[in-house]
Design a protein around this ligand. Structure first.
Ligand code: NAP
Length: 271
């Protein structure tokens, strides 16, 4: 069975490709990339590198030749009109090439979110369902690197982790774990027609983050709500579903997941 994947030169895709190689699947894997020179390490590992650009539909048709399963990692394009067109072109090319199954990286709890991002992913999921192809939808939580943007180092320096007032919850996932789960879905039977919510198994809150910073930095850190604090993350959080969690990721990844505490330890070099 030939597995092809897009986004193989990106942060998530590289980890999925490595997981497929580790599982002994290099010879059955093709990386569809727009800059083949960036995929030299994959070629060295035995992965076939094919040229394919979301903005050049003819290249996609050629790149999807003889492919039975396609991992379609969503485009990073910021303009959602262009991005949806790119996504539709990939799905159309997969249909035309006779790809049997498409595995798509969507966003967690897509129908509960109220950001343009949620509409984009729902629109893509709908196009996949309407395509008639077999599919698996991987609804990825926000990446765990969000921890780096919550003022962790400042908190260690001042002893106070600040957030706006509110009962904030986070349910993020590490790319490493999403990659393990994705590789399992690509290589195992039984995932057709399934939609998985790939979140952490438990939510965490700013006060938990303050405790983790204390433990990693060796300095007492407390959480304090500050009405004068604003920021993009806290503006966007209420527009995503961050309270619900699912066991799907832990099950598919086949073991314990990286946690917020692991990410904090990585930041302080105490991992
Ligand atoms: P990333 O590192 O930016 O990787 C994006 C990949 O898409 C790269 O391989 C890039 O190729 C490829 N790409 C971009 N434009 C392309 C085009 N026109 N044709 C073909 N390939 C193209 O992103 P990531 O961190 O791996 O995340 C994967 C995806 O998840 C993103 O693309 C985005 O849709 C989504 N995302 C999710 C979160 C989250 O928190 N869950 C956060 C950010 C993004 P090059 O190497 O050639 O640029």
């Amino acid at each position: 069975m030939k597995i092809a994947m897009t986004g193989a030169t990106g942060h998530l895709g590289r980890l999925v490709a490595q997981a497929l190689v580790r599982a002994g699947g290099a010879a059955q894997t093709s990386a569809i990339v727009r800059q083949p020179e960036k995929a030299a390490n994959l070629a060295e590992a035995g992965v076939e590198v094919r040229y394919g650009d979301y903005d050049a539909p003819a290249s996609l048709a050629e790149a999807l030749r003889d492919v039975s399963a396609l991992l379609f990692i969503s485009s990073p394009e910021r303009d959602d009109t262009i991005r949806l067109r790119q996504h539709r072109d990939v799905i159309g090319a997969a249909q035309a090439a006779g790809v049997r199954r498409i595995v798509y990286t969507s966003i967690a709890y897509a129908e509960r979110g109220r950001l343009p991002l949620h509409r984009l992913h729902l629109g893509t999921e709908q196009a996949i369902r309407e395509s008639g192809l077999a599919y698996t939808i991987l609804r990825n939580a926000g990446y765990l690197d969000i921890v780096r943007f919550l003022g962790v180092r400042e908190a260690a320096a001042s002893g106070v982790l600040v957030s706006p007032p509110g009962d904030w919850t986070f349910n993020n996932a590490a790319r490493e774990d999403l990659a393990r789960a994705t590789a399992a879905v690509l290589t195992e039977d039984g995932h057709e027609g399934r939609t998985y919510e790939l979140t952490a198994p438990r939510v965490w809150r700013p006060r938990d983050l303050a405790r983790a910073i204390s433990a990693a930095s060796g300095r007492r850190v407390v959480h304090r709500a500050d009405p004068d604090m604003h920021g993009d993350i806290y503006r966007m959080l209420p527009l995503s579903e961050t309270r619900l969690v699912s066991p799907d990721l832990e099950r598919l990844a086949g073991g314990p997941l990286r946690t917020m505490r692991d990410e904090v330890n990585r930041i302080f070099g105490t991992a």
